[in-house]
Design a protein around this ligand. Structure first.
Ligand SMILES: Nc1ncnc2c1ncn2[C@@H]1O[C@H](COP(=O)(O)OP(=O)(O)OP(=O)(O)O)[C@@H](O)[C@H]1O
Ligand SMILES: [Mg+2]
Length: 348
């Protein structure tokens, strides 16, 4: 049988005191009237110290004081306010805590008499997330350095050896003395063409690890080179468009944009079954936007790109990471049967 009962004052008090989120109330002047245990823990002050203290003392700087004023203004005017919002509180020991906060007016007899707040400490969570970004960035940089090193070794060490081999074979097969039998000549010729294939493969490999065209000529020629490759080797009608005044960018920025385009076009080639692909570079005053789109079969985007990374699909996640390294953001749109667009926009 269902038993209904009413919570008594002391039951509410218990809930208030023991809630894991910090809660406090202050009057219209900011004087704190009450706070729970989590509020004591959050601020480092005791309840006795807090009561009567002006709540503005808990805000770390003018910027956050202004935020508090703005919240108050909106609440009083009944304007929209996104809640919870982020606020920074100053603890008694001088350290700062980042909190997610919700605020509402205390209304008594139809009149606003103060404000009540609920706040959750998200400082650790935030630091963890920032550390994670930091590591992801370090890994991306380390990967670039490694690619550059391998590309250089292939180019400077392995390639010359193969070239010498080819030249050696040339000398032997064109030498007049002693005359070589026709069959030996044929074998040498076939070995020579294998060596040339190997050299070309090696150069391709070095190019895709770290295209010299990017370092030597810059982003646009490198993107065009990639588009050309799609046309020639994969029969995809690909081209590059430039909008605005083309400018040269920092080498690091060019490299990151190139890597994003490289991955996007590799996805187009491998997954999209597309007949067309366009790389669009838009130069704004202080921004750059790059869009890579195809007219392929499209795909269903997962809720979080990180979910793909956990099953070993690192392309989209890598693009997102690089967009973040640029200080920008990545947007992916895909429609089944229509195609996919990857856009990155970053400040310059
Ligand atoms: N342009 C595209 N057209 C169709 N499907 C795509 C496109 N880009 C990505 N996808 C789909 O999204 C998935 C995730 O792409 P992602 O680049 O992260 O991984 P991947 O290409 O499978 O592997 P990796 O890039 O790590 O070699 C792909 O497996 C593919 O199914
Ligand atoms: Mg991929």
């Amino acid at each position: 049988m269902e038993t209904k009962f009413e919570l008594r004052e002391q039951d509410y008090r218990y809930l208030f005191d023991n809630a894991s989120d910090a809660m406090w109330v202050h009057d219209m002047e900011g004087s704190i009237l009450d706070g729970n245990k989590a509020f004591e823990k959050l601020t480092g002050y005791t309840r006795e110290e807090l009561i009567g203290m002006n709540a503005t003392r808990l805000l770390v700087s003018e910027e956050y004081l202004n935020l508090a004023r703005e919240v108050r203004r909106r609440l009083l005017k009944g304007e929209a306010l996104e809640q919870p919002y982020e606020q920074r509180l100053l603890r008694k020991d001088g350290t700062t805590r980042i909190v997610n906060m919700a605020t509402s007016p205390v209304i008594i007899d139809g009149e606003v008499r103060g404000f009540q707040h609920v706040a959750r400490d998200v400082t650790e969570e935030r630091q963890l997330r920032e550390n994670m970004y930091f590591y992801a960035q370090q890994i991306t940089r380390a990967q670039e350095d490694e690619r550059k090193r391998i590309a250089r070794e292939l180019h400077d060490e392995a390639s010359p050896l193969l070239l010498l081999l080819i030249q050696g074979l040339d000398t032997v097969s064109t030498g007049t003395r002693p005359r070589l039998s026709e069959s030996l000549k044929n074998s040498l010729e076939s070995i020579r063409s294998q060596a040339i294939n190997a050299l070309e493969g090696l150069q391709r490999c070095a190019q895709s690890l770290r295209p010299r065209i990017l370092d030597d000529l810059g982003l646009l020629p490198a993107l065009e080179w990639m588009a050309e490759d799609l046309v020639k080797k994969h029969g995809i009608d690909a081209h590059v468009e430039v909008i605005g005044n083309e400018r040269s960018l920092l080498a690091e920025v060019e490299l990151l944009l190139f890597r994003i385009a490289q991955e996007a076009l590799s996805n187009t080639r491998r997954h999209a079954e597309a007949s067309r692909a366009v790389v669009k570079l838009e130069f704004g005053n202080n921004r750059i936007k790059m869009t890579v789109s195809d007219n392929g079969k499209g795909f269903e985007l997962p809720e979080r790109i990180g979910d793909l990374a956990s099953v070993g699909k690192l392309g989209l996640a890598g693009m997102q990471e690089r967009a973040r390294l640029l200080g920008g953001s990545l947007k992916i749109e895909s429609e089944l049967g229509k195609g996919t667009t990857v856009a990155v926009e970053a400040p310059l």
